[in-house]
Design a protein around this ligand. Structure first.
Ligand code: ADP
Ligand code: ZN
Length: 731
């Protein structure tokens, strides 16, 4: 463990707390003293709050009034590099440091002393009377094997009340035991035999291994089509990291993917690693945080916030599917986990691997510029080949009204049915229909709290707002003109496509995969496994299916509306469509049967569609890069979004105008401000939203200028201002 500066009892120390204060507060070091970086509990007014010893005290506070730190928590002190990382990421994202510290301490019960807790274990004895609820509890226990849960956790897992669980204890089916709260993770063995790599793969793995062995910082783009073995290759980099005695982190974009992934890790290293995501239980989160901090978790598989865990010796960060938009958090602390991973690695001399079949233009450009290394895996593993991609020109197809499957696509699906193969129809729209329109007046139903159209979910028999989640029944009478019986769904959603498919293929087993149709991530995972095992003929999916699932029997992908992503003003629309279509197409023909991808489009001559079909990726990126370059937008220029919101539109607009008028700090660096203008979604949850967009040249000190620009603004109580550096979503 590294030598940390030490403060003796009574020394003046500066403590950063998790409270929204704009400065570090002075305290006295407690009895026994404390290290720089120690996690502590300090008095703040009448409360006790969590903090970290950030440095010596500033000394400008009356020493007679200084209060001592209450106590030092029983966890390893924060390392220097972590403090630097938090400070730098706070500067980069223009986030107050306390908010960064909150991100880094998001584990329950951190300030509890290490202690024992009451857990429940099955005794093997059955209760006198079995009920549904009891059965659920016992099967949850069985599913998690040796893991122990508290009564509350078990009740949550099984979706029952704690009294059901307590009933089972009384009945003798569960037994209470004392268990240490946090157990170390089993050791992973990097030297178990891995798969025999192809020459391509072995060369890439060796290069990554050298990077790890160098003990220096470096970022590598690992590019290869889906199925080319990127995962196999980067698992070897993980092995090299473990051999070097350092910790590794694998970031994944989707929790739904972790089950399959964990199985692979277990096969490779002989034990399961630590898992960090919002779906993990409180106990699990706490255990991960503590064990990572003690260096007793060698490998973490996690969502983006796993970057903020207290690694003792982080040597490698993998960002899988690095182009995935879910790495960007655009509420609260706005950060892009991909970029923060690079920053984190630079602070602790670690390697970063950005893996993708369709990298973001940012990453592609960094590789072109030589800032990142690049490794390419060019062929799919084994016999599998990339599917043949073709456009279906919808202008030439004859479809009955309110149907979306063209005769050409139907024919291809029929052929698959006859061969016992699977087809996948992709439509990136949840619900039954995207809009519900009144046939009398043309009005549509909008959310009462947000200015967004409500989407019919027939499965729930309600309309739903995709912004705030509000639902209401489909109205009988039009809310605008009051005419009855004229409300009609317009356009396809995944549920409606399900009805059409069932009508066309009455004998087919149809599976609809949309995140809102599953009660839990677990239920979804299970369904995916069933489908992979062949328990469906036709799969209908939203964005969810574009990601890494492996369906060996799948040989046809039909994209219902390839033009969907090309609409709208998003500067990344072309890039996203390109990535999504290639990812979706990559679902077909993964095993030994060749696949085919058919894209329904009304504009087959559109450059993006042509680039997707031609498969000439480098050409697409070069063209896209040239366009962005000319427009001076990321990654060749810098942008920041400022979102102002409040219940009263004139007040929000006024604030926007004030900001736009006082743009001197921005003009000094040659940056421009656009707006204020109502945001594309002008109202969310009753709050009006106004946005400003700042554009600057690459290499200008944008954050510094924005800090000086918004610094003097004092927000009235109900107004909010948030800054989004490099915004990805313009909503
Ligand atoms: P990617 O991450 O690029 O999509 P994967 O690493 O998941 O690719 O590989 C795709 C499939 O091929 C997986 O089932 C994987 O186990 C298998 N595979 C890849 N390379 C090899 C290899 N060298 N030997 C055996 N199986 C391999
Ligand atoms: Zn709403």
């Amino acid at each position: 463990m590294q030598e940390q500066a030490f403060f003796h009892q009574g020394d003046r120390v500066g403590v950063l707390t998790t409270q929204p204060l704009d400065r570090v507060l002075d305290y006295r070091a407690p009895e026994g003293g404390c290290h720089l970086g120690a996690y502590v509990e300090v008095p703040l007014g009448p409360r006790r709050v969590l903090g970290v010893i950030w440095g010596p005290g500033a000394g400008d506070f009356d020493s007679a009034k200084l209060r001592p730190v209450n106590r030092v928590l029983d966890v390893a002190p924060m390392r220097d590099e972590m403090r630097q990382f938090l400070a730098k990421s706070a500067d980069y994202t223009l986030t107050p440091l306390p908010a960064m510290l909150r991100l880094a301490t998001r584990a329950p019960g951190l300030s509890d002393p290490v202690s024992m807790r009451k857990v429940l274990r099955p005794t093997g004895q059955m209760p006198d009377r079995m009920t549904d609820a009891r059965e659920r509890v016992l099967s949850a226990v069985a599913e998690y094997g040796g893991l122990a849960f508290t009564a509350k956790e078990l009740a949550d897992l099984a979706g029952v009340t704690t009294s059901v669980v307590k009933g089972l204890v009384k009945q003798g089916a569960l037994r209470e035991e004392d268990a240490p709260r946090d157990l170390p993770y089993p050791r992973l063995d990097p030297d178990l035999p891995g798969k025999t790599l192809t020459d391509d793969q072995a060369a890439a793995a060796a290069t990554l291994g050298e990077g790890v062995a160098s003990g220096r910082y470096g970022t590598t783009l690992l590019k290869g089509v889906t199925g080319s073995g990127k995962t196999e290759v980067y698992l070897e980099a993980v092995a090299a990291t473990l051999r070097a005695g350092r910790q590794a982190l694998v970031l994944l974009p989707e929790i739904a993917l972790t089950a399959e992934f964990l199985k692979r890790v277990e096969q490779r290293f002989g034990a399961t690693p630590a898992e960090w995501h919002s779906g993990a239980t409180m106990t699990e989160r706490r255990r991960v945080w503590r064990m990572v901090g003690q260096g007793k978790a060698q490998l973490v598989i996690g969502a983006r916030s796993a970057l903020f865990l207290p690694y003792q010796n982080l040597g490698l960060i993998i960002v899988d599917e690095e182009h995935d938009t879910s790495y960007k958090q655009d509420e609260g602390v706005c950060y892009n986990a991909r970029d923060m991973a690079v920053l984190r690695a630079a602070m602790c001399s670690a390697q970063v691997v950005l893996a993708s079949a369709t990298p973001s233009l940012e990453t592609w450009a960094n590789a072109e510029a030589g800032k990142y290394s690049r490794l390419d895996l060019t062929s799919r593993f084994g016999a599998s080949v990339l599917p043949e991609m073709r456009a279906i020109d919808m202008r030439a197809e004859k479809l009955p009204a309110s149907t979306w499957i063209s005769p050409t696509l139907k024919q291809a699906m029929t052929a698959r049915m006859e061969r016992g193969e699977q087809s996948l129809l992709f439509l990136n729209r949840r619900g039954f229909a995207p809009v519900t329109i009144c046939r009398a007046c043309g009005g549509h139903v909008t959310c009462d709290h947000c200015n967004s159209r409500m989407v019919e979910h027939r499965f729930m028999k309600r309309l739903m707002c995709h912004q705030c989640g509000e639902t209401k029944p489909v109205p009988d009478a039009c809310p605008t003109c009051q005419v009855e019986g004229k409300m009609a769904p317009v356009g396809p959603g995944i549920e409606r496509l399900g009805e059409e498919t069932a009508a066309l293929f009455p004998e087919a087993r149809i599976a609809v995969l949309s995140s809102d149709l599953f009660a839990s991530a677990r239920a979804l995972k299970q369904r995916i496994e069933e489908i992979a095992a062949g328990e469906a003929d036709i799969i209908l999916g939203t964005q969810l299916v574009a990601k890494g699932h492996n369906f060996p029997l799948l040989t046809l992908v039909g994209v219902i509306d390839a033009d969907l992503g090309l609409q709208g003003s998003d500067l990344r629309a072309a890039e996203r469509t390109f990535q999504l279509m290639r990812q979706v197409a990559g679902r077909a023909g993964r095993a030994d049967r060749p696949g085919e991808a058919l894209m329904q489009t009304f504009q087959p001559e559109h450059p993006v569609i042509r680039a997707i079909l031609s498969g000439d990726e480098e050409a697409f990126w070069k063209a896209e890069a040239a366009e962005r370059h000319a427009a001076g937008v990321p990654p060749y220029g810098r942008m920041a979004g400022i979102i102002l919101s409040g219940p009263d539109l004139p007040a929000v607009m006024d604030l926007g105008l004030t900001l736009a008028r006082n743009d001197m700090p921005l003009r000094q660096i040659g940056a421009q401000v656009f707006g204020p203008a109502p945001a594309p979604i002008a109202r969310i949850r009753g709050r009006h939203r106004v946005r400003l967009l700042v554009k600057a040249d690459k290499g200008t000190p944008l954050q510094d200028a924005i800090a000086r620009w918004i610094g003097p603004i004092r927000l009235k109580a109900d107004l909010r201002l948030s800054v989004d550096i490099d915004p990805q979503n313009f909503f």
